[in-house]
Structure formats: structure tokens, C-alpha cells
Design a protein around this ligand. Structure first.
Ligand SMILES: *Cc1c(COP(=O)(O)O)cnc(C)c1O
Length: 385
């Protein structure tokens, strides 16, 4: 029985060759010829006007809050069932993250709770497309328009997914991508800032280049560049852009492999879902997703450690997902009350993620059978006890 690690990047000879070639180029810093080529390619693929490669999605989110001028007194609504980056981006500007609840079928923001959290201080909403499955963007965009709010999509997990045919990251005013080693398409660490808005894009390119207009200088629009606004260094090195370029070439192969794994798990676990032993996610009709995460829910929080242990003993490295931000040591200092996010609190404690990456595709029938047997037995024993 071979052990199945939780996550593996899909990197090979092609990336090695691309990196070796990139090391021989005269430009290895950021926003060089390779980076600009990758930006152009992403822009065409996703049909979005401006793509700025960044050193991470965390940095793209920080850029978003800088570009929007978020500051003290400002509130930004986001899920508590979330990674830390969007909350940090707001806190670093002195703003207040406001946590809204999720819908259990998708673990995504519940627009009904977002409405309840809007105050005169609200400036933006950050929908997080969990597992690469889109949030209810029509409802959220309508809310944003009604209340004059910006929408910053945290599409870290949603590269290649769509909502009603439109790529995630291109629906809100700003979209943020991640190319971290754990994501579908990776260059180790990396990200992108996406927007169709010319004004936001111009501000963003200055912020990304230490507050200078170096990007205009590089385009030959000005004869020298200097300091124009607060900023930082958020550019992706051309060395990593070369790896990213190769990954984009392998995109379909990566997607096909992940899809095969996702579908095999679903087939193997469906009988358990029908018997109410577990709950599988419901993919809304509007959402075409990139199979970034395979998750399911066990019936009770108490059961989860037993199922994770049993899977681990069977050589399958499964794991949980997120400690809700409002219950985290730092989040507790920000959140006024800790009892108003019932779905977040319950379902973050019953969620299990299984390993998913293209390298598993070949053995996935045997692996998914093993998973189903272990889960079935553990849940059954617990219910009987
Ligand atoms: C991975 C991830 C991030 C952070 O991405 P980095 O590129 O590692 O900074 C942010 N938000 C979500 C939802 C993520 O999954």
C-alpha cells in the first residue's frame, strides 16, 4: 500500500528547462519580457484588460486594499471561513474585516448574511471562491452596486473556473490569483492582480513598483521614473514567470488529471452520501470549476478526528480546512461577537479534504475505493458506538 501525500506540485522537465533558459536571460527581475508575455497570455485567456503578476495572492490582495484606499474607519466584508490573507490586507491598512457567514453546500459567502453586515462604513466585499467553486456573484455584484461597494474576488483557488461562463477573478472590480505551490497552476510562490478598470490598473502598477511610475517608463511613455504614491515591491521575478509560462502551457493536462481524481472520489463516495453517512458538496449549475479541492462533510465535529486518523492509518493524508478567522487568537480581538456565524462554526469542523493532483489519476480507482471503505467503516462504528 503506497502512502498518498496530501499535496504535490505538478512540475517536471519542461519547468526545469524553462527555468534554466530564464537563468541565461539578461533580465531576471520582475516585470521583464517573460512576465509581460505571461500577463498578455493571461489577459487573452481570461478576457480581462489588465493583468499584473505579483509575488503572491496575499500581495495582490494587499495591493487591492491600497488601490481602493482602505483605511481606518473602513469595513470590508469577507467570510470567516477563509484563509488569512484578505483579512491581513485590510488590517494592515488599519481597516476592519467584518466576517459574514457561509452557505453549507458550497462553503461560500451567504449574500443574505452579507446584507446584514453592511453599514455606512462598509467599503468592499471580498468573496472567496472556496475550492474554485464560484460564490453567488450576481447577488453580490448587485448588492455592491446598490451600496456603492467595491468587490475584490479572492480567486486564489479559482484560476480556470467560471461563473455563468465568465472566468473567476474577472467579475468583481478586482480579482486576485495565487500560483502558490499548493494551487492548480504554480511557480512556487506567485499571484496576479486582475482588473478591467483603467484607473485601478494605473494605480496598481505604481503600487506594485515601489510607488514609482516605472511601468510607464518601461512603455516609453515618460523619460524618467520617480516616486508617485505609497507602494511596495509586489512584482514577480521573471525567473518564476518562466515557470508559470510552462505551467500555463500544461494547463489542460493538469485540469484533466485533477478532474479525473475529483470524479473518482465523487463516484466512490456517492453511496455513502445517499446513506446520509457523509455530505458531498453541491456544485451550483452556474459554476464550472477547476477541481482545486475535493471536500466532504462528516455528520458531526466529534467524528472528524477519527476519520482523519483512520485515513492516515490507511496511508491517505487527508486534512481539515480553516479554523474560522473570528475564532482564531487574533480574529477574536477584532470580532465583536462570536456567536453569529452558525454555519461557519459547524461546517468548518466537519469538513475533510482529500489529496487531489494529477499524479494520482492513474491509481485513483483503487485510492478512492480505499477512502470510501475507511470512511464508511469509521462513520459506521462511531454511529453504532
Ligand atoms: C492560497 C490562498 C491565498 C494566498 O495565496 P498566496 O499566493 O500563497 O499568497 C489567499 N486566499 C486563498 C483563499 C487561498 O487559498
Amino acid at each position: 500500500m503506497t502512502a498518498v501525500p496530501f499535496s504535490l506540485p505538478y512540475l517536471g522537465m519542461e519547468e526545469q528547462q524553462a527555468l534554466a533558459k530564464a537563468l541565461e536571460q539578461p533580465v531576471v527581475h520582475g516585470n521583464g519580457p517573460t512576465g509581460r508575455r505571461v500577463q498578455q497570455r493571461l489577459s487573452e485567456w481570461l478576457d480581462v484588460e489588465h493583468v499584473l503578476l505579483t509575488s503572491s495572492c496575499t500581495h495582490a490582495l494587499e495591493m487591492a486594499m491600497l488601490v481602493l484606499g482602505i483605511g481606518p474607519e473602513d469595513e470590508v466584508i469577507m467570510p470567516s471561513f477563509n484563509f488569512v490573507s484578505s483579512a491581513n490586507a485590510v488590517v494592515l491598512r488599519g481597516g476592519q474585516p467584518v466576517f459574514a457567514d457561509i452557505r453549507p453546500e458550497t462553503m461560500n459567502l451567504d449574500p443574505k448574511d452579507v446584507v446584514r453586515k453592511i453599514t455606512p462604513r462598509t467599503r468592499a466585499i471580498v468573496p472567496v471562491h472556496y475550492a474554485g467553486i464560484a460564490c453567488e456573484m450576481d447577488a453580490l455584484m448587485e448588492l455592491a452596486a446598490d451600496h456603492d461597494l467595491a468587490v475584490v474576488e479572492d480567486a486564489a483557488q479559482g484560476v480556470g473556473s467560471t461563473y455563468r461562463g465568465q472566468p473567476l477573478g474577472t467579475i468583481g472590480h478586482i480579482g486576485c490569483f495565487s500560483f502558490h505551490g499548493s494551487k492548480n497552476i504554480t511557480c512556487g510562490e506567485g499571484g496576479a492582480f486582475l482588473t478591467d478598470d483603467e484607473t485601478l490598473a494605473r494605480r496598481a502598477e505604481i503600487i506594485r513598483e515601489k510607488g514609482t511610475n516605472r511601468a510607464s517608463f518601461m512603455r516609453g511613455q515618460v523619460d524618467k521614473y520617480s516616486w508617485h504614491s505609497p507602494g511596495s515591491s509586489f512584482v514577480l521575478s521573471d525567473l518564476l514567470a518562466a515557470v508559470l509560462e510552462t505551467q500555463l502551457t500544461k494547463r489542460k493536462e493538469i485540469q484533466a488529471g485533477r478532474r479525473k481524481v475529483w470524479e473518482a472520489y465523487t463516484r466512490a463516495l456517492e453511496p455513502l452520501a445517499r446513506a446520509s453517512k457523509i455530505k458531498l458538496p453541491a456544485i451550483p449549475e452556474d459554476c464550472q470549476h477547476n477541481h482545486h479541492i475535493f471536500f466532504f462533510h462528516v455528520p458531526t465535529p466529534e467524528l472528524r478526528p477519527h476519520v482523519l486518523d483512520a485515513l492516515s492509518e490507511a496511508g491517505i493524508e487527508a486534512t481539515f480546512h480553516y479554523v474560522p478567522l473570528h475564532t482564531s487568537p487574533f480574529g477574536r480581538t477584532l470580532h465583536p461577537s462570536d456567536d453569529d456565524l452558525p454555519n461557519t462554526e459547524h461546517y468548518s469542523h466537519t469538513l475533510i479534504r482529500l489529496p487531489i493532483y494529477p499524479q494520482l489519476a492513474e491509481d485513483i480507482e483503487a485510492i478512492s475505493r480505499r477512502v470510501a471503505e475507511v470512511v464508511d467503516k469509521t462513520v459506521h462504528l462511531a454511529i453504532a458506538a
